[in-house]
Design a protein around this ligand. Structure first.
Ligand code: URA
Length: 539
C-alpha cells in the first residue's frame, strides 16, 4: 500500500491521530515534514510527553535534523518555539531575524517548517503579524513611484480573498485610473488558488498579454496609463516565495496570520498606499462563516495600518457566482461587457462601484458625486479605453480584443446562450477549438434556491480552467455561464446555466447537481451582497 504523504501526516499530528507506524520506511517523508511534525507536537504537548514522542519519531525514522534532541531548543529558532509554546509573544527583532536569516539560507527549511507548524497550532498576535509583514516586505525591493507621488499622485489597490466569477479587478483597475487622473493603480495579482480563479490567468487568455513586467516597465506604465496588472517578480518579497512553497509542502497554508503577512507584504512592496479589501464569505469562500470573514478582514485592516497602509475592507457575499461567467476568457469577455456599459445594475457592478468609491475616498479624492463620476467613466467609454491601453501596454493583442467586442456587439454572451447560439460563442471564445456546451435547465417550476459554490468552482477547475499544481497549464476557454440568480423565479425547462467544456476534461453534467431550484424559497433568506465595512481598530 502507498505510504501517506508528508502534508497528510502533519495534518494527522495536528488532529492528534498520527500513527507512528506511518513514519517507518516512508519514502515520502523529507526532513522538513518531520520537523513540522515535531514542531506541531511541541506546540501541543508538555515537555515530558514531547521528549518521549521525539524519541519514538527519531527511532522510527532515523531522523537526524532539527528538533531531534532537547539541545536544539537552545538555538535561536528553538527559543522562539519555546517562547510561543509558553504563550509569550515574539519580539519584532526575533521575527525580523527569522525572516532575514531564512531568506539568506542561514535558517534551514527544517527550522522554518517547525516554526510554521508551531504557528498553525498557537497562532500569532496582531503585533507579531505586523512584524512578520514588515520583515517579509523588507526581504526584497519596493517599487518606487516617488517621481509621481511627489506630484500628488496616490497609489491605490484592492485585494479579494477570491471566489467564483470574481473578475472585479479587470473592471475596477481601469475604472478608477480612468476616472481620477491623480490615481495610479500598480496592481500585483495572483493566479488561481484552489477552486477560485486568478486575475493573471484571466488576463493571459488575451493573446500576447504579459504579466511578468519588470520594475521599469511598471514605472513606465504608471507614467503612461496609470494602471498595470502584473505578477510578483522575484525581487519583490522573496521571503513570500520561499515561505509559501514551504507552507504548501507542510500543510501550513491556512493560518490567517501567515496569509495576511503573505498578502500585505506584497501589496506594501508594490508601492500602494491605499488598499481596499474584499473579504468574501459564503459557501464559495475560503472564510465561509461571516464571523471568520469579519475576524480576517479586521486583522487585514489592523496589520495593514500597523505597516502604514490606509486600508478598509468590505465583507461581501459569495453564495452565488458574483458575475455571469466563470472561466478565464469568459471573465475577460464579461469585463468587456461591463466596461461597454452593459449590466450596470448587476451585483458584480455594485461590488465594483462600492470598492472603487472607497479607493477614491481613502486616496483623498472623494466628492459628493464620486459614484456619478465613476458611472460616467463607464458610459463615456473612458474606462474601456483605459482597459485597451493597458492591454496594449502589456503587449496583449489589441486587435483580438477589439474583434471580441465587435463579434459580441451589441449583444452579450448571456444573450447568445439564452438564444442557443453556441456556434457564435464558440467563434468568440476560440474559433480554432471545438467547444461543447452542456445546458442545465430547471427541472421544475420554482425559484433558484442555492448554488453549492465550492463544488461548482472545483468542477470548473476540473474542466481545465484551474490548476492542481504549480506549472499546470490552464484552458482559457472552458467555464460556466450562469443565467439565473438566487431567488429568481424559473419555469420548468428554463435555461439556468451552460457549462462550456472541451468534451474531454471534467464532468460538466455534475454541475447540474450543484444548482438547486425549489418550489419555495424565502426571499428573506437571500444573502445580502455587501454585508459590512471594516476599518482598522488598532494603531
Ligand atoms: N494569497 C496569498 O498571496 N498568500 C496566501 O497565503 C494566501 C492567498
Amino acid at each position: 500500500m502507498d505510504k501517506k504523504q508528508g502534508p497528510q501526516l502533519i495534518q494527522d499530528t495536528r488532529g492528534g491521530n498520527l500513527n507512528l507506524d506511518d513514519l517507518v520506511d516512508n519514502p515520502n517523508l523529507e526532513g522538513f515534514h518531520i520537523a513540522a511534525i515535531l514542531g506541531t507536537v511541541y506546540g501541543l504537548m508538555t515537555d515530558d510527553d514531547c521528549s518521549a514522542f521525539r524519541s519514538s519519531v527519531v527511532k522510527r525514522t532515523g531522523y537526524e535534523g532539527f528538533l531531534r534532541s532537547p539541545s536544539d531548543m537552545g538555538s535561536s529558532v528553538g527559543s522562539m518555539l519555546r517562547e510561543k509554546r509558553d504563550g509569550n509573544e515574539w519580539t519584532g527583532r526575533s521575527v525580523a531575524d527569522l525572516v532575514h536569516k531564512y531568506v539568506a539560507n542561514q535558517i534551514t527549511n527544517e527550522e522554518m517548517a517547525a516554526v510554521l507548524a508551531m504557528i498553525m497550532v498557537k497562532g500569532m498576535a496582531t503585533s507579531e503579524i505586523v512584524s512578520l509583514t514588515r520583515a517579509m516586505t523588507d526581504s526584497g525591493d519596493r517599487l518606487d513611484f516617488s517621481e509621481l507621488t511627489e506630484q500628488g499622485y496616490v497609489a491605490v489597490d484592492k485585494h479579494s480573498t477570491g471566489g467564483i466569477s470574481d473578475g472585479v479587478s479587470l473592471v475596477l483597475a481601469p475604472l478608477v485610473a480612468a476616472a481620477y487622473p491623480q490615481i495610479i493603480v500598480p496592481m500585483m495579482s495572483g493566479r488561481g488558488l484552489g477552486h477560485t480563479g486568478g486575475t493573471l490567468d484571466k488576463l493571459e487568455s488575451i493573446p500576447g498579454f504579459r504579466v511578468d513586467l519588470s520594475e521599469d516597465e511598471i514605472r513606465a506604465a504608471m507614467l503612461e496609463t496609470r494602471v498595470a496588472i502584473f505578477a510578483p517578480m522575484p525581487s519583490i518579497v522573496p521571503a513570500d516565495g520561499k515561505m509559501y512553497a514551504l507552507r504548501d509542502l507542510t500543510n501550513c497554508v491556512s493560518d490567517s496570520g501567515l496569509i495576511v503577512g503573505s498578502i500585505l507584504s506584497k501589496k506594501i512592496a508594490e508601492g500602494t498606499k491605499v488598499l481596499v479589501m474584499d473579504t468574501k464569505t459564503g459557501n464559495g469562500a475560503f472564510k465561509s462563516k461571516f464571523e471568520d470573514a469579519k475576524l480576517f478582514a479586521q486583522l487585514m485592516c489592523n496589520v495593514g495600518r500597523g505597516n502604514g497602509l490606509n486600508v478598509n475592507g468590505f465583507i461581501t457575499d459569495m453564495n452565488q457566482p458574483l458575475g455571469m461567467y466563470a472561466g478565464n476568457k469568459l471573465e475577460v469577455l464579461e469585463a468587456l461587457e461591463y466596461l461597454r456599459g452593459l449590466h450596470q445594475d448587476s451585483d458584480f457592478m455594485k461590488v465594483v462601484y462600492t470598492l472603487a468609491e472607497k479607493m477614491v475616498e481613502l486616496a483623498g479624492f472623494a466628492e459628493e458625486n464620486t459614484r456619478v463620476r465613476l458611472h460616467e467613466t463607464i458610459t463615456s467609454g473612458a474606462a474601456y479605453d483605459t482597459f485597451l491601453k493597458m492591454v496594449r501596454q502589456q503587449h496583449g493583442d489589441l486587435a483580438s480584443v477589439r474583434k471580441l467586442a465587435r463579434l459580441l456587439h451589441p449583444t452579450s454572451i448571456l444573450t447568445l446562450a439564452q438564444a442557443g447560439e453556441y456556434e457564435r460563442i464558440n467563434q468568440v471564445l476560440s474559433p480554432e477549438d471545438k467547444l461543447y456546451f452542456t445546458e442545465i435547465r430547471a427541472e421544475r417550476d420554482g425559484m433558484v434556491s442555492g448554488f453549492q459554490l465550492t463544488s461548482i468552482g472545483e468542477e470548473i477547475r476540473a474542466l481545465g480552467a484551474g490548476r492542481y499544481k504549480q506549472g499546470d497549464s490552464v484552458n482559457p476557454y472552458v467555464g460556466l455561464i450562469t443565467a439565473a440568480r438566487l431567488g429568481q423565479p424559473v419555469r420548468k425547462g428554463e435555461l439556468i446555466a451552460v457549462v462550456v467544456n472541451d468534451g474531454k476534461k471534467g464532468s460538466p453534467e455534475k454541475i447540474r447537481e450543484y444548482i438547486h431550484v425549489s418550489e419555495n424559497y424565502d426571499l428573506g433568506t437571500k444573502p445580502r451582497l455587501i454585508k459590512e465595512l471594516v476599518k482598522p481598530t488598532a494603531g
